[in-house]
Design a protein around this ligand. Structure first.
Ligand code: PSU
Ligand code: MN
Length: 304
């Protein structure tokens, strides 16, 4: 297999130290340059500052990389021809020696291959609004169903149907753990009308849940970590903007894998960049919590 694990990540894995996976679609398709590059570097630093090892995952010239160098992060931040890689795209991307950014789904697959159990991102994909008609349900939910990876996110954006996404996750046996919250966070805002499956208030309890679950059952866990209060956006404002973005996507006939990047860029434009600031803040917050969980998991698995 064409997979290249960076030495620092390999050492951490071999020594049973906490590693946090990071996705690359958020870099190449989720945010504009240069903020995406700054984010990619800072998020790794936050994970280090909290005692874990970061592993940003992508495919570079047909090689699956676990842990990227700065020049590779820069390339992914600027290049226009980067594929968005979820499960169905690996064979093509690798066999054609192409460069691809992994989605939550793609990143979970690679994390699982190398034995990384904790993953930090912004938001997961889910069931899109009107998904009951379009069948637009993110592959992310299937990997969450199958693979032993905990994904720390700020919930999901209300470009999705949050209610249907939760129902789908329930069917697939994926618990949504609210970190210090009873309500599902809605990415830009700290809560929604929906309840999480269970609430836990410390990284230690989350690590204990993961350890207990994985001794019995395979499958992912969503850790929903609300955006910090000071960075959250006004609910009415952001919901109106998301509605406008959805109308425009429909008018332009945007569909399939283009939908999420289109909506993210449109929301950024309509909020005059405020959504990007919020997005950055919540990613940093998720990186911190993910590193703390990875550290605790290290202790639990080593029976300390
Ligand atoms: N949601 C965000 N930001 C993102 C994504 C989702 O708020 O960058 C990205 C993630 O990589 C996620 C992917 O896995 O979009 C989902 O795409 P789709 O809806 O096409 O499955
Ligand atoms: Mn989709």
């Amino acid at each position: 297999m064409r997979i290249d694990v960076k030495q620092e990540v390999l050492d951490a894995l071999n020594e049973g130290r906490g590693v946090v996976a990071l996705e690359s679609t958020i870099i190449s398709h989720g945010m504009p340059y240069p903020e995406n590059y700054e984010m990619a570097k800072k998020v790794e630093q936050i994970i280090r500052d909290n005692g874990a090892t970061p592993a940003t995952i992508a495919i570079i010239d047909g090689v699956i990389k676990v842990g990227l160098e700065e020049d590779e992060l820069l390339y992914l931040s600027q290049a226009k021809n980067v594929l968005k890689v979820s499960k169905r795209d690996f064979g093509y991307c690798v066999s054609k020696n192409l460069t691809g950014a992994t989605t939550v789904s793609g990143t979970m697959i690679v994390a699982d291959l190398v034995g990384i159990y904790v993953f930090a991102t912004g938001g997961i994909g889910g069931v899109h609004r009107e998904g009951e008609n379009t069948f637009d349900i993110s592959r992310d939910l299937e990997e969450l169903a199958n693979l032993n990876v905990a994904v720390v996110c700020a919930g999901a954006k209300s470009i999705l149907d949050l209610g249907l996404t939760l129902e789908y996750l329930e069917t697939k046996g994926v618990e949504v753990i609210g970190y210090k919250t009873d309500k599902l966070p809605a990415f830009f805002t700290r809560s929604s009308e929906f309840n999480v499956t269970h609430r836990l208030d410390t990284p230690k309890e989350i690590a204990e849940l993961l350890d207990a679950k994985w001794q019995m059952i395979d499958g992912g866990v969503v850790v929903a970590n609300p955006i910090p209060e000071k960075d959250s956006l006004d609910e009415k404002m952001i919901n109106k903007i998301i509605d406008d973005a959805l109308i425009e996507a429909k008018e332009k006939g945007i569909s399939g894998k283009e939908t999420t990047p289109f909506l993210l860029a449109k929301v950024k434009e309509l909020t005059k960049g405020k959504s990007l600031e919020a997005n950055l803040a919540l990613v940093y917050n998720n990186a911190k919590v993910a590193a703390q969980i990875a550290k605790e998991l290290e202790k639990v698995s080593n029976n300390e």
